[in-house]
Design a binder for this molecule. Sequence first.
Ligand SMILES: C[S@@+](CC[C@H](N)C(=O)[O-])C[C@H]1O[C@@H](n2cnc3c(N)ncnc32)[C@H](O)[C@@H]1O
Length: 317
Amino acid sequence: MELPAHVPVLLREVLEALRPERGGVLVDATLGLGGHAEALLDASESVRLVGIDRDPEALALARSRLARFGDRFVAVEGRHEELALHLDRLDLPQVDGVLADLGVSSMQLDRAERGFSFMKDGPLDMRMGRTGPTAADLVAELPGEELARVFRDYGEEPRAKAVARAVVSARGTAPIRTTGELRALVAKAVGGRREEGRDPATRVFQALRIATNRELVELERFLDDAIARLSLGARVAVLSYHSLEDRIVKDVFRDRAAGCTCPPSFPVCVCSRRRVLALVTKKPIRPSDEEVLENRRSRSARLRVAERIAPGPPRSG
Ligand SMILES: C[S@@+](CC[C@H](N)C(=O)[O-])C[C@H]1O[C@@H](n2cnc3c(N)ncnc32)[C@H](O)[C@@H]1O
């Protein structure tokens, strides 16, 4: 099976973060085409890897790529926010490292029929998995105010209300079914403005993708599960591609790396907050200029890494 091109982002840094030479069970919670997973499995024969992806097409390609690792690799079709369930089914109470490389793969972006890209005309789908409402369903059904909130909160689109009004007005005449139709409508609503060479529809498409796949809503749940399942000394590494995702990762890591917050005057701790993580990266790791030159998709990547330093429940209440 021919693999579509997808260059793993910050590969050397991910390997340094997850230290596969220590062996054990690693989880790639967003397997994609298996680029990071392959390098982790190649790094040491004593690594076993569970690869999760909600996209059956990606999973089929990764399965064939990683078949040479035999039973050292297990593929799971599912969502990362259900990590605990997947690990329970595999009888893995703890793991020795977790990776998440958030967002879309180049394969998803490149296939017009998946409806992620405004560069190619296709059905307005944007679902990474096979279930749930499509982006076209959201565009058809969400009330105008909710659409404006999605464009503002998930796309940081400055003209969110104007775009939402344009959508509501257009769908009153005919349904918006394709990426091309939506792109043209957004360009008209924002006056064809281009920032930093970006298409005017960039923010709206990002927002709809996040809403369609409930990306931010589920990220915190995934991080909670991942931290809870790390063995002592194991690490979690997360690659994110926009500030909204990165903020969630930063806040969750910081929160779990913070100890008791009771005022010093309290004789005993009443908050029960425990420090379960140490931050391995105080600031996110960014790709070098050379990497960005070679792989444009890496330009917005930020890698954050944390290490489990104490047992016990990680939730800080
Ligand atoms: C950027 S790609 C991963 C690429 C991979 N690291 C590689 O080197 O080939 C992100 C993948 O995460 C998957 N994904 C996104 N959200 C997910 C979720 N909630 N649960 C499981 N997989 C998800 C997407 O389907 C996509 O295949």
